[in-house]
Design a binder for this molecule. Structure first.
Ligand code: AP5
Ligand code: ZN
Length: 216
């Protein structure tokens, strides 16, 4: 299946993408993760993206779309994928539709919107930690983290630069202005399902899998 996850910063897209992608045996393609890997690898792409990411702005479409087109062209994405963080505005959604149609004769099957309110998002992001080795996402309070090591692989956890409160507030504004219009775009296409993204992670995963079964 070809699925897109959409939702505000901190809605749990990355967290859910890990479980859903492994359940469906499709690659998880996260534009945020690809940008961050390029920033830490010191590549030209990372250098260009970093200035936008640090402010909480979107990286320009031409950079982002070229990167996604390359990634979607890899063999493991031929039969399905889970996109996390892309598309992020209506022009990106229109371009994705054209790429799938003209290059593969394919289309998206489902867009899952993770619905959660702003206070919860701020609580989640202020405690988020990410494993620098395996990429697993943790929360200092809910996962009861007493040290800064990953329980899965022993790697060191870090806090993202864009999780500072003022940057989080700006990312939320950018979401409302540029990304929220995707909800009606995909509702018009008849492939949008909104799910309640509050409550335990496993319950949210189950709601997502139920929606996927209905569309699959
Ligand atoms: P990106 O990495 O995509 O960030 P984001 O969309 O702001 O989303 P987050 O990663 O912050 O949140 P999430 O929804 O994945 O939540 P998570 O699962 O981690 O993008 C970063 C930047 O890259 C952008 O600002 C932009 O500059 C650039 N970029 C990326 N894509 C782009 C594009 N297409 N175009 C242009 N620019 C682009 O969860 C958050 C926390 O909550 C964690 O601690 C987690 O443990 C916890 N949590 C999760 N679920 C639950 C739950 N059910 N209950 C309690 N806690 C939970
Ligand atoms: Zn780890």
């Amino acid at each position: 299946m070809r699925i897109v996850l959409v939702g505000p910063p901190g809605a749990g897209k990355g967290t859910q993408a890990q479980f859903i992608a492994s359940h469906l045996s499709v690659p998880k393609i996260s534009t945020g993760d690809i940008f961050r890997a390029n920033v830490s690898g010191g590549t030209e792409l990372g250098r260009k993206a970093k200035q936008y990411m640090d402010r909480g702005d979107l990286v320009p479409d031409e950079i982002t779309i070229a990167m996604v087109r390359d990634r979607l062209g890899e063999d493991d994405a031929r039969d399905g994928f889970l996109l996390d963080g892309f598309p992020r505005n209506v022009p990106q959604a229109q371009t994705l539709k054209k790429i799938l149609d003209s290059e593969w004769g394919a289309k998206l099957d489902l867009v899952l919107e993770l619905v959660v309110d702003e206070d919860e998002v701020v609580r989640r992001l202020s405690g988020r930690r990410t494993c620098g080795q395996c990429g697993k996402i943790w929360h200092v309070d809910w996962d009861d983290k007493k040290d800064d090591l990953c329980d899965d692989c022993g790697g060191r956890l870090f806090q993202r630069d864009d999780d500072k409160e003022e940057v989080v507030r700006h990312r939320l504004e950018v979401y409302q202005e540029q990304t929220a219009p995707l909800v009606s775009f995909y509702a018009d296409e008849g492939i949008l399902v909104g799910i309640d993204a509050t409550g335990p992670v496993e319950e949210v995963t189950e709601r997502a899998l139920q929606a996927i079964r209905r569309f699959g």
